[in-house]
Design a protein around this ligand. Sequence first.
Ligand code: UT7
Length: 323
Amino acid sequence: MTGSGSAVPAIFLDNQGLTELVDTSDEWITTRTGIRQRRLAEAGESLTELSTVASRKAIARAGITPQDLDLIILATSSPDDLFGSACQIQAELAASKAVAFDLTAACSGFVFGLVTAAQYIRTGAYENVLLIGADILSRWVDWQDRGTCILFGDGAGAVVLQANSCDHLLGFELKSDGTQYNYLTLAYSPESTDLIQGVNVGKGNFQPIAMNGKEVYRFAVQKVPEVIDKALFSANLSVDQIDWLLLHQANQRIIDAVRERLNIPEHKVISNLANYGNTSAASIPIALDEAVQEGKIKPGNIIVTAGFGAGLSWGAVIFQWGR
Ligand code: UT7
């Protein structure tokens, strides 16, 4: 990974503002989640725009041009168009050589995307890959549901992955369990419509995000350390060789519980969810980019990252930052 960038909307909503919408308090949200504020995209703001801004920064910092890109992967669950938004980003960037597609794995999207991108590089098929994690879940939040509306924020993060004589993806472990699908959904609800006699189609709408918070919490705290352990094993690394723990930014209590279970010291944890909330597929690349720009993450550092969420899906990747 040779460059990163991020972009978030200008408008923010703090916990106090949420008390005007639902029966909650700054104290409850802060102590139960660690979140203090989140950025929200305005009606006219698009996922394509946010992703393009983040991508331009990542491409420039990698020292390449959009025309050098072979592949663009957009990890998102909230594209501007259900057919996908990656091609629109390709057009905005004028990355004329790059093939572009969307990848949907909810809050695990960036981690799944990292592994996908690395496979194209490992096979020698592509040299320069742009991976974006972006979501505007505010479009799909039920603003009357205090169990979910306090959590989510909008944003985009991007990284450039480049072929290298030495492989910087050191280990990974990805998992899915569709039997637990119901715990976190943004589901299409069909309404039966008669076209002509005997021909009936389902013409409906997507329903807002619905979550069983307790179950998702339990799942994350149990499963994330397991995949991290497996990824460490496949990388032949011990936990003390890790420089940074960078988890999907869903809840500070989840981050703390995973860190404690793995016995990783607190100073190795990257966390910025207080300012952005849970930005779904964007949370890891936004936090990564901030830590790189602040000079925390340095070339050669070994980072363990893990995503988890709807699907249910979860996974961990261990990688080395820089050239
Ligand atoms: O990115 C996808 C992954 N998603 C996640 O990782 C989410 C995982 N889950 C969580 O982060 C937590 O479950 C939540 C933050 C969503 C909820 O925290 P919790 O500690 O599990 O709270 P709870 O649902 O057990 O609710 C405890 C109490 C309940 O009241 P009673 O029944 O004890 O009287 C809730 O009704 O807190 C109440 N409550 C609230 N109170 C004030 C629930 N939401 C709120 C709220 N403000 N926003």
